[in-house]
Design a protein around this ligand. Structure first.
Ligand code: PGA
Length: 249
């Protein structure tokens, strides 16, 4: 059985007191699904969030990291630093990192390797832009994003990989991929995995959908057979909305 996961991508939101009050609100919610729940405060609030939630059923994860172990990379945070405060999962390859910080498939492959080398789990994001979809190139784009950044890995490495398909045209736009569009792409992704790594690996990897998931559309999207959860941006900043999505399974 694949893991069902709902992860909140907080992005560059919430200072210390807002982080603490959102966490208080999250702890007051009731979880009725079996989904794993994760939140990703900014680096400055990771430790306090982790410390507050260490006995709760909510994992605190990071939004990014550098590929190097340590050294002269001013302003960066390494996998070892994240691990040193108890963080075990990191989001890599978000389209905002690709677009605004020039993260390439090649760079992301190095980040993935660095995270896995530290025994961390990676939520690896990818997705096509609107122009790609309009041109009918969405599968070619997604296929190459996955292959370029991940297909040097061994089969066993995929135990620590979660995939997050996030069509760029659906992120923060209010426009969601239809449940059928999500299912079609997730099935393509799973087949792409199966073609290289076999069905056992492909069937075990959780594939999340991200892009304007809300309480109103989560249930239908999550009902699709190859959709194993969601990476949630805007709606993860309100505890009630986030848990409505968590409980949509
Ligand atoms: P959104 O963001 O839910 O606000 O569209 C999703 C994401 O960027 O992960």
């Amino acid at each position: 059985m694949r893991k069902q996961i709902v992860a909140g991508n907080w992005k560059m939101n919430n200072g210390l007191s807002q982080t603490q009050s959102l966490i208080t609100d999250l702890r007051n919610q009731t979880k009725t699904s079996d989904a794993e729940v994760m939140i990703s405060p900014s680096f400055t609030n990771l430790w306090s969030a982790f410390d507050t939630l260490r006995k709760d059923d909510i994992e605190v994860i990071a939004q990014n990291m550098h590929f190097a172990e340590d050294g002269a990379y001013t302003g960066e945070v390494s996998a070892g630093m994240l691990k040193s405060i108890g963080i075990k999962t990191v989001i890599l390859g978000h389209s905002e990192r690709r677009e605004y910080f020039n993260e390439t498939d090649e760079l992301l492959a190095k980040k993935v390797d660095a995270a896995l080398a530290k025994g961390m789990r990676v939520i690896f994001c990818f997705g096509e832009e609107l122009a790609d979809r309009k041109a009918g190139n969405e599968e070619a784009v997604v296929g190459s994003q996955i292959k370029n950044a991940l297909f040097h890995l061994g089969a066993a490495d995929f135990q620590n990989i979660v995939l997050a398909y996030e069509p760029v045209w659906a992120i923060g736009t209010g426009e969601t991929a239809s449940p059928e569009q999500a299912q079609d792409m997730h099935a393509f992704i799973r087949k792409t995995l199966a073609d290289t790594y076999g069905n056992d690996v492909a069937d075990a990897v959780s594939i999340l959908y991200g892009g304007s998931v809300k309480p109103a559309n989560a249930e239908e999207i999550f009902s699709k057979p190859d959709v194993d959860g969601g990476l949630i941006g805007g709606a993860s900043l309100k505890a009630e909305d986030f848990f409505a999505i968590v409980n949509a399974f």
